[in-house]
Design a protein around this ligand. Sequence first.
Ligand code: HEC
Length: 140
Amino acid sequence: MNRLMVAAAVLAAATITACASDNDTVSEGVERGGELYQANCASCHGADLAGAPDWKTPNEDGSYPPPPHDSSGHTWHHPDRVLIEIIRDGSDFPQSRMPAFGDRLTQEDIEAILEFIKTSWGPQEKAYQNQITEQDQARP
Ligand code: HEC
């Protein structure tokens, strides 16, 4: 195989893998979202989205350690609107250490980060979160 054919084969394999795990093809948004995540979120939520080890145990001041964003966390329990609001405006948890990013990230940036986070969810988490997002959007 010449180089071009190898590149084409790799690309085809990547596309098939992407389609197998998600209906969306891997978009530029996911890539950008990944970079933005590493720059803004990974210091607390972990480069691998695994969160803090004891994230369910409150700190002494009543605040909580950063939770994971992968399937083991509860990020996928919230519809898109709520997640975007938490990232933009911060969280309303008592003593929350989650910063508000509204002055640093655009709506587009936040949506790209969410897209990236969603690539770490399994099919069930994805389907559930999709459903609650649709229900949330259908609310008057
Ligand atoms: C300084 C540490 C810190 C940084 C940086 C940070 N977070 Fe958080 N985040 C937290 C903490 C702590 C919580 C736990 C809930 C709370 O205290 O509000 C949290 C909670 C969240 C939640 C709610 C999760 C849930 O299941 O309810 C989301 C979504 C979230 N963060 C997204 C992000 C994103 C996206 C970024 C980067 C743009 C980011 N966070 C950066 C500390 C951080």
